[in-house]
Design a protein around this ligand. Structure first.
Ligand code: ADP
Ligand code: MG
Ligand code: MG
Length: 856
């Protein structure tokens, strides 16, 4: 196979062979754009070079010579002849590797060519400028001679002629390398090619590839291209422009150019470039031509382009095009606009969205320009997307309504819910991305930084230390939930929003996706948020979350502390009324969409008072002594609550709790029906591990529901099913399916119990597993498809073997994780449920995986 192709010969070879830069140059040449002639040394040549012990084989050298001959013919120029050929030698790997390998300009110059060129151009200053620049670049890039050595010479050589400086430059080269500067252009080219090939293996490039997971064996291509000169005269210049604004997405050229300048001058920052918009007045014809080419390239590649160009003596040349990087906001706007302009189809637009970055669109970000000069105090882990600024509060009591506060805690517990809901953001010292703090914050759509171990909260609870700084309660900090950074003082925020474009995109997603996207919603306000974001139902309503609100907690405590069934029933009576208010509120707002309500799940002790004040208050309320209450609290304490008296186990000991909840749900639904709202009810039993356990509980609930039907003289339809979150339940899923109307996989607990890793403790070691490549991803973030997934697949198969149409969904954190969503889509689940604030991400991810699947 050939190793070198002229641009005119390389049609259709693609990026893997020609590299990104080369392939696009070939393509642009083919469609007739103004591209300087050139050729591409392929990635195959690079691989051959490595195979022949980092040397150019004789065949390669012959091929280079032949290709140069052809290029000379095509350009009607030559290295030796009157009409001097000058080229750039540019690296270009199949995937963009920014800043890894450099470009050499003006190659082909030597003392003789310089004289010819001066004669031809009558412009000695220009010719020497490019000659010096060539020697400098070649020395740096091919031989690694520091640039400063040359810069210094230029600076301190007042009065010296350019010719003399050339001699000094060559001398530096000689001193540094012990070789003469190569005068023969072909020799220059070969050396440049070799150095670009070698740069594939430099440390920086290797590390970058490792981080990005780029294939090591791919190799790089080399582009050799006839030079055009932006520094030729006042009608010349060079520039870079995006076809649309990369930070707002506005459909208007955005970029910069400099007249009388060559390539790198624009980024070198020596002269201030002009905005591309001012080219409209300065060079209107070129502006129009360029913007037309921009449109053409956008249409051709179906994406916004980042274009490098040069103008030589009033003529425009395109030197590079590629897909432009853009902000998450711009990405959405550009994708939607391009569909409306007829440039791309809807499915393509959906595939263009990076779900990882989507939260920034509606949660806002720091104003990038405001970060400079701000003191970075420390870094934790990204707990929940968003940014926040506020005064530090070290306890929930210090979070005052109406103030901007950042709650900083060692770790959060259910008692902190109120403080968390009032705070602008949350920081925890301990815990990972799946700790209580992070999970609750995500549920609230609140910015959260977790696991910031460098924070040491003083025992006075008045201040904390962080990396040598002392931060008092009331001091202002700014936190970034995308990357875990914590800054001192206020960083300006850029607000997020659900733009019209995003709304439109989400609508399109619904045309493609197969999965239903539900939300985990515990309150009426969750419902409003989730529905605004496009949720199609509730996949998990955690009844206990309502228990923490306001005065309800006291009735809950009364119920738990109760020593007898009678006492408990009295407390439950009160709770029944309160729960009904909550359920009805939510059901009305759901407008007939399915609502899956999980009966009480957490161990009792989570609800109990933790401090003396509250213990006394409870004692008073119940007309008992504080000692009695204290003793009862001790009795309820468990060694390992995660695996203790929780979930449906509570209902084995106290059946009246689930019966009350079932009654509240059914009564609410019937009453809502009378009030004009239709309801689709699913009742879910958590933590089921055995069939007899499930049957026992089910029987009690059914009896209670029958009672309600009789009392109300009305029946409604509802579904009763199980949460699948214990390995044993998965293993006997066929038995459970006989009795259960649906399976909802609780993937958090299923991951915990399958791995035998407690989520809250995992932070201490999961990172080490990741660092040592023992685990690729945190299984609490992205579902472990090989192990936990095997249980899920087995359960699905067993369940469907007895009940082919059993409804299967997911309600764990994984329901909002794009990678996991792709997996659940593959398995043909009917829905995933996630925090209301992740609903848009889940919608896009579900559409993307459906489109991907369709494409095969
Ligand atoms: P990078 O991959 O770092 O962008 P390039 O190979 O695109 O490097 O080269 C950088 C710049 O050098 C280009 O943007 C262009 O301004 C200039 N350049 C490269 N080749 C030529 C050429 N044949 N004629 C004029 N300028 C060139
Ligand atoms: Mg470039
Ligand atoms: Mg669970």
């Amino acid at each position: 196979m050939k190793n070198i192709y002229l641009f005119s010969e390389g049609n259709g070879l693609g990026k893997l062979i020609l590299g990104g830069k080369g392939a696009n140059l070939v393509e642009m040449k083919r469609i007739g754009l103004p591209i300087p002639n050139g050729m591409v040394v392929t990635t195959t040549a690079c691989k051959n070079y490595f195979e022949s012990k980092n040397s150019l084989s004789r065949e390669m050298i012959e091929e280079i010579d032949v290709a140069i001959e052809k290029l000379q013919k095509e350009t009607k120029k030559s290295f030796e002849g009157e009409n001097s050929l000058l080229v750039s030698v540019r690296s270009g790997a199949p995937v963009s590797m920014p800043g890894m390998m450099d470009t050499i300009l003006n190659l082909g110059l030597n003392d003789i060519a310089v004289q010819r060129l001066i004669q031809k151009t009558k412009n000695e200053k220009f010719v020497y400028e490019i000659y010096l620049r060539f020697i400098e670049m070649f020395s740096e890039i091919v031989k690694g001679i520091p640039r400063e050595k040359f810069v210094k010479v230029k600076k301190f050589s007042n009065g010296k002629s350019e010719k003399e400086i050339v001699e000094i430059f060559k001398n530096i080269y000689w001193i540094e390398t012990g070789e003469f500067f190569p005068e023969n252009p072909k020799e220059q080219i070969k050396m440049a090619i070799e150095s670009i090939f070698n740069s594939w293996n430099n440390e920086r490039a290797k590390i970058y590839r490792q981080l990005q997971g780029i294939d090591e064996s791919m190799g790089t291509a080399v582009v050799i291209q006839e030079m055009v000169f932006g520094n030729y005269n006042e009608l010349s210049g060079t520039g870079v422009a995006f076809t649309r604004n990369p930070s707002t997405g506005e459909n208007l050229l955005f970029g910069e150019y400099l007249l009388e300048a060559q390539g790198e001058d624009i980024v070198a920052g020596i002269r201030t470039p002009n905005s591309i918009q001012s080219m409209r007045n300065q060079l209107p014809k070129i502006y129009d031509e360029f913007s037309e080419i921009g449109k053409l390239l956008e249409n051709h590649y179906g994406d916004m382009q980042d274009i490098e160009f040069t103008i030589e003596n009033g003529k425009l040349f395109i030197l590079q095009t590629r897909s432009g990087k853009r902000s998450p906001n711009a990405a959405v706007k550009i994708a939607v606009d391009m569909v409306k302009e007829g440039v791309i189809t809807k499915d393509k637009a959906i595939m263009m969205i990076d779900t990882e970055l989507l939260p920034q669109v509606f949660n806002g970000t720091f104003e990038e320009s405001d970060l400079a000069g701000k003191k970075l105090l420390g870094k934790g882990l990204p707990g929940s997307a968003g940014v926040a600024v506020g005064k530090v509060a070290l306890s929930t009591d210090m979070v005052k309504e109406g103030e901007s506060v950042i709650l900083v805690r060692v770790e959060t517990s259910p008692e902190d819910i109120k403080g968390m809901s009032l705070a602008k953001g949350i920081v925890t010292v301990k815990g990972g991305a799946t700790s209580h703090g992070a999970v609750v914050a995500r549920g609230m759509g609140k910015c959260c930084v977790t696991g910031c171990e460098s924070i040491k909260i003083d025992c006075s609870e008045k201040f904390f230390h962080i990396n040598g700084e002392k931060i008092y309660e009331g001091d202002i900090i700014s936190i970034n939930g995308y990357n875990g950074e914590i800054y001192k003082g206020e960083v300006k925020l850029k607000k997020g929003e659900i733009s019209e474009e995003l709304k439109e995109l989400l609508e399109w997603c619904k045309e493609f996706k197969k999965l239903e996207i539900r939300m985990n919603a515990d309150t009426p306000s969750d419902v409003l948020v989730g529905r605004e974001f496009g949720a199609e139902g509730i996949g998990l309503c955690r009844t206990e979350h309502m228990f923490f609100e306001d005065e309800k907690i006291w009735s809950v405590r009364e119920m738990i502390i109760a020593n007898t069934k009678e006492e408990r029933e009295k407390a439950l009576e009160k709770l029944l009324k309160l729960q009904k208010i909550d359920f009805k509120n939510m059901l009305h707002k759901m407008d007939g969409m399915p609502m899956n309500i999980r009966l009480l799940d957490p161990p009792f002790h989570e609800f109990l008072p933790k401090n003396e004040k509250d213990i006394n208050k409870l004692a008073q309320q119940l007309k008992k002594t504080s000692l009695e209450i204290g003793t009862r609290i001790k009795e309820l304490k468990e060694e390992n609550p995660m695996l203790g008296h929780r979930g449906c186990r509570l209902a084995i000991t106290f059946p009246e709790i689930y019966e009350m909840q079932a009654r509240a749900i059914i009564e609410s639904a019937i009453e809502c029906g009378y009030e004009g709202s239709s309801c689709e009810i699913e009742i879910m039993i958590p933590f089921i591990g055995g069939i007899s356990e499930f049957k026992y509980i089910k029987e009690g609930i059914l009896k209670e529901i029958e009672k309600v039907f009789k009392e109300k003289q009305k029946t409604i339809s509802y579904k009763l099913g199980t949460m699948m979150e214990l390995p044993r339940a998965c293993l006997i899923a066929n038995e459970i399916a006989e009795e259960s109307a649906f399976f909802s996989f609780g993937t958090n607990d299923l991951t915990q119990t399958t791995y035998g890793i407690s989520r809250d403790d995992s932070i201490k070691f999961i990172d080490h597993y990741k660092a040592k490549n023992i685990m690729k991803r945190d299984p609490f973030q992205s579902i472990d498809t090989r192990g936990v997934g095997k249980l899920i697949e087995l359960a699905k198969e067993l369940g469907q073997s007895v009940k082919p149409d059993i409804k299967i969904g997911v309600c764990g954190e994984h329901g909002g994780d794009p990678k996991s969503i792709e997996y659940f889509n593959e398995l043909g689940f009917s829905y995933v449920s996630c925090s209301p604030f992740r609903v848009p991400i889940a919608i896009v991810a579900a559409a993307q995986s459906a489109i991907q699947k369709r494409m095969g």
